[in-house]
Design a protein around this ligand. Sequence first.
Ligand code: PGA
Length: 247
Amino acid sequence: MRRKLIAGNWKMNGSRAALAELDGIAAAATRAPEVDVAIAVPFTLIAPAAERETGVSIGSQDVHGAAKGAHTGCVSAAMAAEAGARFSIVGHSERRADQGETDADVRAKAEAARAAGLSAILCVGEVLADRDAGRAEAVVTAQLAGSLPEGASGEWLSIAYEPVWAIGTGRTPTVEEVGAMHRAIRAELRRLVGEAADSVRLLYGGSVTGDNAAELLAADDVDGALVGGASLTAAKFVPIVEAAAGL
Ligand code: PGA
C-alpha cells in the first residue's frame, strides 16, 4: 500500500513570519496520520522551518546535481539536508523552463538528493501544445525515461505529474485525463524498473485546491498531490490534506 503524500511548494514565496502557517498545517497532519504532509520552502527558510519541529516534513525546491564545487549561487543536496531538509523537488517545470534544466540535469539532481539522504519528488509534465497535438503521454513518458534516477524506488522517490498548462492557471485536466496519464506513467516505470515501480508514489500537481482535491485524488493511480498556490496558507492547504485523509 502506498501512503498518500500531500506536498506543498512555496516557490519564491514566504518569510519567517509565514512559517506560522506550518503550525496549522501540522495540526491537520496530526488529524490525518495516514497522510504524509510535506512543504518545500525557499532555501533560506529550510532551517527555521525545520527548527519549528512541527512534524511536517520540510524540503527544498531544487538541489544541484554535483556534491560541491564552483557553482556560484547553487545549493547542494547535502547543504539542504544539513539545514534540515528531508526531501527535494527536482525538475519542476518552472526550473526546466526558466533555468533550462534538461532531463539529464534532473536525473543528476535526483541522484544527488538520494546520495545526501533526501527523498525526491521528480516532476514531469507536458505543455499545452503537446496536449493539443495528442502527444502528451509520449512527451511525459519520454521525460520520465530521460530523468529517472538510478535506483528508483518508492523508498525515496515520488513522481509528480504536473501539466504545465495547469500550473497556477486554475485549469485542471479531467479526472479521466489524470487517470490515463498516471496509468501511462506507471506502465513506463514498470518497463524501466520492474517491480520497484509499484512502490513509487505518483502525485498530481497543477491548480489543486480544497475544492477539487477529493475528485483529483480519486483518479486512477493518484497517490497524492503537489500543491503550489494553495499551500501558502494553512486555510487553503488543510482542506487538501483532509481530502486525502477522507475527512
Ligand atoms: P499550483 O502549482 O498549485 O499553484 O498550480 C503547482 C506546482 O507548480 O507545483
